[in-house]
Design a protein around this ligand. Sequence first.
Ligand code: F6P
Length: 550
Amino acid sequence: MNADGRTRLNQRPEWTALAKHREELADTHLRDLFAAHPERGEAYTLRVGDLYVDYSKNLVTDETLRLLRELAAATDVSGLRDAMFRGERINVTENRAVLHTALRAPRDAVIEVDGENVVPGVHAVLDRMSDFANRVRSGEWTGHTGKRIRNVVNVGIGGSDLGPAMAYEALRAYTDRGLTVRFVSNVDGADLHEATRDLDAAETLFIVASKTFTTIETVTNATSARNWLLGELKAGPEAVAKHFVALSTNAEKVAEFGIDTVNMFEFWDWVGGRYSYDSAIGLSLMIAIGPERFGEMLEGFRLVDEHFRTAPAEANVPLLLGLLGIWYGNFHDAQSHAVLPYSHYLSKFTAYLQQLDMESNGKSVQRDGEPVGWQTGPVVWGTPGTNGQHAYYQLIHQGTKLIPADFIGFAEPVAELSGELKAQHDLLMANFFAQTQALAFGKTPEEVREEGVAEDLVPHKTFRGNHPTTTILARELTPSVLGQLVALYEHKVFVQGAVWNIDSFDQWGVELGKVLAKRIEPALTEGTEVPGLDASTKTLTSKYRELRGR
Ligand code: F6P
């Protein structure tokens, strides 16, 4: 029992039942499951919006799914979900509501935080963003010298970078190709240098994106960007207003930095950084794809929100994906989860999910502060297919680890592709289908022998199979489909956090490094003695100074 009277997760009968069930299934191979149920490939599928989800190649039976749903019911996942949608302060350690779903609520919805409907505010900002985006796109908004804006540089990090950067890449085919859009996040000066070195400052708009506006990397890069701009334009601070806008919750800090709050697009403390790219943080994306496409993306998010909120447990896709992750992480000792998009445009999707999932569920205490006694968030990793096939898939196929994977693919290549580049899509997708088949069913020693393989090579050429995968297939990667995919993973992460009884919406784990970096910096620049520095860091910092000739 926890201090708050809640039964510990691993003492619940539903947990014990799953552990027992896992043992009973220990010798069952996916080959057996498909042989026993020839319709499995159709039966174990679900739909949400434009996404067709095949979970048949998972190590589950009807009984597994029933037991997992019972665990979700016992841990009141739906209760926490409803509290989130209602705007209750479910981020307990920061005493905040969690309302990224309000960012895509329709104009007439009513969602209250402390008795105030937040939806009109959301739409007021979306309207301002649309107006601004249109003015930049049409050339009406000009820089200090009167030239139209042709370059947009988003300066932000973490949730203020990964979301728009990922979505810009994903929706490149929908972007205004006349605009150059770049994302600067790293405090390594090389990032800003490379992003600006070939740009005409007179045509460049910087979007400084920071929820808190105190993040050292962003404030440092934004200051350097301002100095670069003023230096290039040989202008005074009056030029800033035409070349800098801010996206933030912190008007005071924005003004302190020197950006007029007239040029600030706000959002609110009930939007977590990693859940924020459909807020003002998406301004760079909106400029690139236009407000209409941005709106379509929001509709995609909304569609999955509604599904998550209302679909019955048996048909609820985010619930299913969350529970499958729990099945592997808690009952099969899987340490990681691969997300493998077979779309070049989704090249940053997994990196985006890393923050979404790992910053949310990388926790080891429960909501009441008691330690967990079970595994929580997995290591999320992956790169687009087919590149991964020629790099690390070997380990997934024949290594010793169980690595559940999501395969994401599309029936149509983007409309821009034509001729032989379009034709390549079938080859891409043949790989997509082949991989999940090989992972699930493998190749038995008998099959290898039938090919005439020498006996000493048989063990090497045998594929055990039984590697679980989920396939997510859609017709085409549109703005709406991207919104659907992101919302799907947001809610998947939510489900897991709810079952594990952790706060998925704080991120205290990133604080210590920030504090220490601030303390160490003077040791590097000035050689100042930092009190309490450990022997290793002390030696390393003086070695650094020596190498820099200081
Ligand atoms: O890494 C910690 C973190 O607070 C993230 O959660 C956040 O997305 C990122 O830093 C950037 O924060 P901000 O938008 O306040 O600059």
